[in-house]
Every structure is written in structure tokens, then in C-alpha cells.
Design a protein around this ligand. Structure first.
Ligand SMILES: [Zn+2]
Length: 404
């Protein structure tokens, strides 16, 4: 059993970049300590799944569901105003009051959905994002036994990392989301990317040395890498081109995944005809999503899904608004490239069998071994509980990655 576990969760740290040149220290660790690849999900938002050990179709966080009432013909006065005006207004209200989760989605589409995402209701540094009263490693350990620090700017991350893991708690977690954000906007600049990996690699070396000196076990993991973006798909332009009316279709578009609900046979036929065999992605009926661990009972979370191929993103999508783009470009140095071009440079969230979607976990303790080469993302929570000597509740289906 481990007395004290320090977890470094580095979202976006790409296992394909761990080599002697780009990340020499992490590369040397991967040869010395137990390591496994992580098989992830067809999702861009992973934190709730990681800490609760439940799949998104179970915890439903970050999900969009269509309302039962399907009479979408009734017009509201707002519907006569162009979308760009109403969404700009929503974004402005959001920036002042924090209201409007997903402000870029126009009202006529928003009111068809129950949206359960937390994108713009970002977490504070003490509490992990939306866990919604579910069993999680935090509820099991209890408030006094862990700390959680979240950092989503790369430069801050490098600065604050050296001050971590000094709180004398059983479990201390640092979620460095900065590498993911940095990669989203700089993957097209190899020199900058290599520089960032080198900086982080140096930082990990220092932390590991410090942890060893103080008898703390360090666990390092990443939930995915990223692929360079080369092309886009514009769903609303396709709908217009196919002559489908707003009342005939509902859709929700993330960067790599679009969901559709059809309200007329002709809309279904036109769209499916266009998307099946389309070389830019894969069309999946909701039941075909089961093989990717997305097992909704019915089509209320999407009748059909279209997942783009690596290197292709949906743009515009339901997280994009020109005003939001400008705000993020001006307030976050890592995202300054948004000014030149609002299309994301790197992305993840593709079909899980693609290498860019694979994560990895390393436990820097040779008293343990990894008994599987590849684990599932829901195995992270049971792994942490097992290492700290806690029993796993029944709600967690996963299995520990490491054993003594
Ligand atoms: Zn990301």
C-alpha cells in the first residue's frame, strides 16, 4: 500500500512524443517503471469519467438530450432574428452573468435540448468539475484526505507544478490541462511544441526527484494525444444545401462529433444519404455506438452520430462563437493564434482506436507491476483507490492497473 500518492494528470500529453529527443526524462521513466496505455472514449471531456470511474452514458455529464415534446414548428419572436445576433447577445450576457451554458447555440435549437455540459462553468481549483453527487475517489477518500489543483494555462502550469505535492494529504492531484490547450492552438508549430515538451519534461524530472526524496509515490497519466487539423466540415451549410428545414432536424455539433435527430423521413433520407460513405468521417446509428462504450437506452441522446476522421473537425461547431474566440485569444497567451484563424489547429475526440486517442499511465514505483498493456479510462479511479488501500464501491466497474 502507498502512504502518499501524487497524481500528475497531464491531459493532451501525447505518448507518441515520448522519445529520447522530445521528452528524454519521461522516456527513461517509461523504460524503468510499470506503464500501460489507456484506451479512451469518443468524448472530449473526460474528467467526470476519470474520477467517478463511470462511463458518460452512466453519469450523463457533458451530454445533450432532446426533449420529449417534439413539436418544433412553433415560432418564437426571437426566431425571426438572425442567429448571429441572438447568440452574440447570449455570449454578452454569459460574459457578465455566467448564464447560458453553451451561449453559441441559438435559442431555437437550445430550447429543444436538456444540455448537461459545464464547458463555460469552469471549476475552481479546489473541487474537480461536475461530479454531481456521484461516488468518486473524492467522496470515498473524504474532504480532508485529498487536494486538487487545476491549471489550464501552459506557462502557469510550469510555474505552479514545482510547488505541488507538499500538503501532507494521502492523495494530491494536479490536473495540468495547459498542455492540451497549448497543443490545440500550437500543434502546427513543431519548434514551439518541442520546446513545450522539453520544459514539461524538465519539470517532471524535478518533481520526481523531490517526490523520491520525500517518500511520495508519483503517478503520471494522460488521457489522449492530438492530431493536426487539416480540414473542416460545416454541418449547417450541409443542411441548407440539402434543403432540410429547421423543423425537420435537430442537431448538436462538437469539434469531432455531430449528433442528429430527424423529425421527417425525407430529412433522414437526405442526410443519411449524404453522410453514409462520406470520406470525411464515420456515420453511426446510436446502437452502433455501444462498441465504443456509449450505451444509451434510446435515441434521446442522438439518433445518428457522425464522427469526423482524424485531422478533420466540425467548424463552426456549438462551442464556437466569433466573440468567444476573440475573448479567448486576448485573455490566454496559449490561444493567441485564434486571432489569425479561428479553426482549432490540433484536436482529439476521434474514434478511440486511433493512436492520437490513446493515453498512458505510469506508476513510478517498482514495488508494483502493470498486468495489462492497455487499460480503460474507467480503470484510473479503481487504480488510485487500490494503491491507497481503499475498497472499490460497486458503482465502479473498472479494475486497477497496478498490483504489488
Ligand atoms: Zn482538448
Amino acid at each position: 500500500m502507498i502512504e502518499k500518492l501524487a497524481v500528475l494528470y497531464l491531459s493532451g500529453f501525447d505518448h507518441r512524443r515520448i522519445n529520447k529527443d522530445t521528452a528524454p526524462y519521461v522516456h527513461s521513466l517509461s523504460e524503468k517503471y510499470p506503464t500501460a496505455k489507456i484506451n479512451t472514449l469518443l468524448e472530449t471531456f473526460m474528467t467526470t469519467t476519470i474520477w467517478t470511474g463511470c462511463y458518460p452514458y452512466q453519469h450523463r455529464v457533458w451530454q445533450v438530450r432532446i426533449k420529449e415534446e417534439r413539436d418544433f414548428d412553433i415560432k418564437n419572436t426571437l426566431d425571426y432574428i438572425p442567429d448571429i445576433i441572438t447568440t452574440t447577445f447570449q455570449c454578452l450576457i454569459h460574459s457578465i452573468t455566467g448564464k447560458f451554458n453553451l451561449a453559441p447555440v441559438p435559442d431555437w435549437r437550445r430550447r429543444r435540448f436538456d444540455i448537461r455540459t459545464t464547458k463555460y462553468l469552469w471549476r475552481d481549483s479546489k473541487v474537480p468539475n461536475d461530479l454531481s453527487g456521484l461516488d468518486s475517489i473524492f467522496s470515498i477518500l473524504g474532504r480532508d484526505n485529498y487536494t486538487y489543483v487545476f491549471e489550464d494555462k501552459f506557462s502557469n502550469m510550469i510555474r505552479t507544478l514545482s510547488k505541488q505535492f507538499v500538503k501532507n494529504k494521502k492523495l494530491e492531484i494536479f490536473e495540468g490541462h495547459g498542455m492540451d490547450v497549448f497543443t490545440h492552438w500550437n500543434i502546427d508549430n513543431e519548434e514551439k511544441m518541442n520546446g513545450a515538451y522539453k520544459k514539461l519534461d524538465d519539470c517532471i524530472r524535478d518533481i520526481h526527484t523531490e517526490c523520491k526524496n520525500r517518500g511520495i509515490t508519483l503517478m503520471l497519466f494522460s488521457d489522449h494525444g492530438q492530431n493536426k487539423v487539416e480540414d473542416t466540415i460545416d454541418i449547417s451549410a450541409i443542411i441548407k444545401e440539402l434543403g432540410i428545414q429547421n423543423r425537420e432536424i435537430s442537431y448538436f455539433v462538437e469539434t469531432t462529433k455531430a449528433r442528429f435527430w430527424f423529425h421527417s423521413d425525407s430529412a433522414r433520407e437526405k442526410m443519411l444519404d449524404y453522410l453514409s460513405g462520406n470520406e470525411k468521417g464515420t456515420l453511426l446509428h446510436f446502437e452502433e455506438m455501444y462498441r465504443y462504450n456509449i450505451k444509451f437506452d434510446d435515441d434521446s441522446y442522438g439518433e445518428y452520430f457522425f464522427v469526423s476522421n482524424p485531422g478533420i473537425v466540425f467548424h463552426p461547431n456549438d462551442f464556437y462563437h466569433p466573440l468567444g474566440n476573440l475573448y479567448l485569444a486576448l485573455t490566454n497567451k496559449d490561444q493567441r493564434n485564434r486571432i489569425k484563424n479561428p479553426i482549432i489547429r490540433g484536436c482529439h475526440g476521434y474514434l478511440p482506436d486511433n493512436e492520437c486517442e490513446k493515453g498512458f499511465v505510469m506508476l513510478l514505483d517498482n514495488d508494483y507491476r502493470a498486468d495489462r498493456k492497455e487499460i480503460e479510462i474507467i480503470d484510473i479511479a479503481p487504480t488510485i483507490l487500490n494503491l491507497l488501500g481503499y475498497d472499490k464501491p460497486d458503482s465502479l466497474e473498472g479494475v486497477s492497473a497496478f498490483y504489488e
